[in-house]
Design a binder for this molecule. Structure first.
Ligand code: NAP
Length: 236
């Protein structure tokens, strides 16, 4: 991780790769509202700019937000938030690899849902590496730290105005990258960030999303998770 990355630096951009979908726009909205500099990435620069304009309008013109084609967004930031469907993750990371700056961190929220291959959204695919996040770690340059986070947050809630009622479990093999991600998660009102240990634990966090989707279908809601019983120092 680039040691200059610091959550108190408002001009340190966060590039949301695949940021035109509900998960990406929701995170971009929350971070822009918190004063972070955000770049929406898309395969299409115009689509990215339109998504950025929509958020700018929502925030009354006060946000530091722009839109770029994904590889330009990667080149312009050293914090990358990946919000693409599992079926696009590997090919996109292979394509973006040359544009990712060594020392960057890549936060991955990809859930390998069976829906990616025509199955149910409440079922998971097996991923050879163990999880989508571990697959991402194999595909980025080796000087890039991968963090798994935000899988269990409802995009519908992220795109609203109310504080969330959800914890974000953060997993990474790089403690500094994990800490920065927990700081970014905690910038979203209502979110508590929790250290979830090594990146291999992403396989469990990703699976929880399939359960939440099933609960949402059954009960018609927007479920999130809360972890109880830890000492206050465990929550950021
Ligand atoms: N939705 C949720 O509540 C939620 C919550 C937590 C985690 N997640 C996970 O976060 C990821 C994004 O979720 P989402 O609902 O926002 O997904 P989405 O709307 O299906 O896709 C997000 C964006 O990814 C880009 N994209 C789509 N297919 C692609 C491909 N084959 N290759 C490259 N880019 C592609 C598209 O942007 P462009 O066409 O503009 O490039 C799209 O707007 C998923 O892995 C999901 O499982 C979702």
């Amino acid at each position: 991780m680039n040691s200059s990355a610091n959550s108190s630096a408002p001009d340190r951009p966060i590039a949301v790769i695949g940021g035109t979908g509900p998960a990406g726009t929701g995170l971009a909205l929350r971070w822009a509202r918190a004063g972070e500099t955000v770049i929406i990435g898309s395969r299409d620069a115009i689509r990215a700019q339109q998504a950025a304009s929509a958020i700018q309008q929502k925030l009354g013109g006060q946000a530091n937000i722009s839109g770029m084609e994904n590889s330009e967004a990667c080149a312009a930031a050293d914090i990358l938030m990946l919000t693409v469907p599992f079926e696009g993750q590997a090919a996109l990371l292979k394509q973006l690899k040359p544009a990712i700056t060594p020392g960057s961190i890549l936060i991955d929220a990809t859930v390998p849902l069976a829906a990616s291959v025509g199955g149910r959204a409440s079922r998971m695919l097996g991923v050879w590496q163990g999880s989508a996040a571990q697959q991402a770690a194999e595909l980025v340059p080796k000087e890039v730290s991968v963090v798994a986070a935000f899988h269990n947050v409802s995009a519908d809630r992220l795109n609203g105005d109310a504080p969330l009622d959800c914890d974000v479990i953060v997993c990474s093999d790089d403690p500094d990258a994990a800490q920065l991600t927990r700081e970014l998660a905690a910038r979203i009102p209502g979110v508590r960030a929790i250290d979830g240990g090594k990146l291999e634990n992403a396989r469990i966090i990703e699976q929880i999303t399939a359960l939440l989707i099933g609960l949402n279908i059954r009960h018609k809601g927007h479920a999130g998770i809360r972890i109880t019983g830890l000492p206050p120092t465990a929550y950021r």
